[in-house]
Write a new protein. Structure first.
Length: 491
């Protein structure tokens, strides 16, 4: 497929441009016209997610008729490489190639696209190399380990013209776009807050459910490469199964619940509201229970304030999870409450609109409503299909979790991690520069209040005035400074 790669893409692009319908229909139309149109995919990082979920999902999609082949794997762990090759041979009959070093996989000329499911600290480097090699990319969340890497990936992706999907699968549930549309129309009035959580309780301690085995040895694992010693990700240290298999517990590789769990929820909320860059972020928490050599917090909260006059609140404890914080977007005229399935894997979810009282809204027609969304396949299959559809129709903008959204989620949670670890509050200026927080944030809002400015809004909010207006009581005319001994109502 290598040489025909360009022609395949051109063909697909022209098919898309000629007005073929998006999604599966576009895929079918594109394929009908040419031989050997199968997409050839490699997997980098064939561990729990890369193998058990993503590879098996692709294999099932293939069985269901998707024109794809799994042709190559790269992993630093020999056991995972072999497992992948054996599975692919057994399921699809393809004798796949296998590499310890992912660079060798990227050099394969016949490869069209890669799935990246390594630990987080490798995501950006591998993504940048894959885009440079001309591959389309599905990269697991969090898109990158640092904010700066997030910017680099967005820039490289834009310049590459390639299709890139970030692996927050809940973005493929239609509820977020439906919610966005309602917010755009002003159904909630001025949106001022979202709240969400991601709690997990475990007798093992968070992320110790990741199994470590005797097969993990310095002979089967290229530990130096896992650490990323040559890339400056981590200094050389003695082999340790916990670092390798339970990397989520250590800052160098992941950020515990911040990067593992919060990123999912935050991405959904950013997608629904249209918010992207926070203006001020603080993170709190600590290790309050799980004293098992971990570095990452087991209780954590984020408060993120946005220039658009919205606050994001994320709060979880890795302990009691019976009564969780609800997933809510609040406006002056009502709220949206998302059920827990909206963050699950079933591909089904409902959310409710709950109106404020007519005393506030001056609208007695506004009623509670419930909205349902369902995808045909489970949510991971839907998310991967969305990526495949975008590749096959040559439309990078079609993906449900593009790198710009991926980078925004990374920025929000990473600033909270930095805040927690460095004991600082961070502000982000309009150009995206990160600064230490100061009094200017509060002063800005106070200034707006004093000058009776208009509320700020989420980007793209079409009905900017709906639900933003206050109706002061008559007695409010009595407020204000007295002039020359005369009350304000005297004029
Ligand atoms: N979207 C989701 O719901 C979801 C769920 C689980 C995990 N994930 C993400 O998937 C990624 C992997 O998580 P996991 O649970 O599968 O971890 P894991 O430890 O089970 O698997 C990681 C794999 O990557 C390999 N690896 C490490 N460094 C590598 C390198 N430099 N080159 C090639 N291979 C390398 C390891 O050997 C291992 O096989 C993480 O980023 C995680 O956040 C996403």
């Amino acid at each position: 497929m290598a040489a025909p790669d360009c022609s395949r893409r051109n063909f697909l692009q022209s098919t898309a441009a000629s007005g073929a319908v998006a999604g599966l229909l576009a895929t079918t139309a594109a394929r009908a016209g040419g031989a050997n149109q199968r997409l050839r995919i490699g997997v980098i990082g064939a561990g729990n997610r890369g193998f058990n979920t993503l590879t098996k999902t692709l294999s099932r999609l293939r069985q269901a008729g998707r024109q794809l082949d799994l042709v190559s794997v790269a992993d630093v762990y020999a056991v995972h490489r072999q497992r992948w090759v054996d599975y692919v041979q057994q399921q699809t009959g393809v004798k796949a190639s296998s590499h310890l070093d992912y660079h060798d996989l990227l050099q394969e000329k016949n490869l069209d696209a890669v799935v990246i499911a390594t630990p987080d600290h490798w995501h950006a480097k591998i993504t940048l190399d894959a885009l440079a090699a001309g591959k389309d990319v599905y990269c697991e969340k969090p898109m990158t380990h640092t904010i700066e890497e997030g910017r680099q990936v967005v820039s490289a992706w834009k310049n590459s013209g390639r299709v890139m999907q970030v692996g927050v699968q809940l973005t493929s549930l239609p509820v977020w776009d439906m919610a966005r549309e309602m917010i755009n129309q002003g159904k909630l009035g001025k949106v001022v807050q979202f709240q969400t959580e991601s709690a997990r309780n475990s007798k093992f301690g968070m992320s110790r459910h990741n199994v470590i085995t005797k097969e993990m040895t310095p002979q089967t694992v290229d530990f130096r490469r896992f650490l990323g010693v040559d890339e400056g990700f981590h200094p050389e240290v003695p082999f340790d199964r916990s670092l390798f298999g339970q990397w989520r517990c250590y800052w160098a590789f992941g950020y515990g619940m911040y990067s593992d769990l919060f990123v999912h929820r935050v991405t959904g909320m950013l997608k629904a509201t249209g918010l992207r860059m926070p203006g001020r972020v603080v993170g709190g928490g600590g290790i309050f229970l799980e004293y098992d050599d971990r570095q990452v917090a087991d209780v954590a909260s984020i408060i993120a304030d946005f220039y658009e006059g919205v606050q994001g609140l994320v709060s979880s404890a890795m302990v009691s999870e019976e009564l969780k914080l609800e997933h809510v977007i609040r406006g002056h005229h009502g709220l949206l409450r998302f059920d827990k399935n909206c963050s699950g894997n079933s591909g089904k979810g409902t959310f409710e609109f709950l109106p404020e009282r007519p005393q506030v809204t001056r609208d007695s027609d506004s009623k509670a409503e419930t909205f349902e969304a369902a995808t045909q396949l489970n949510i991971v299959a839907t998310h991967m299909s969305n990526w495949l559809d975008a590749i096959e129709s040559g439309r990078p903008e079609m993906v449900n979790n593009d790198p710009a959204l991926g980078a925004a989620a990374v920025m929000l949670v990473n600033l909270a991690v930095r805040s927690y670890r460095e004991g600082k509050v961070f502000q982000v200026d309009r150009q995206g520069e990160i600064q230490n927080g100061d009094g200017s944030w509060a002063a800005r809002w106070e200034q707006m209040s004093q000058t009776q400015a208009k509320p700020q809004h989420v980007p793209g909010w079409a009905a900017a005035e709906v639900g933003s207006v206050l109706y002061p009581p008559e007695y409010q005319k009595l407020a204000g400074p007295w002039k020359d001994g005369r009350p304000p109502e005297a004029g």
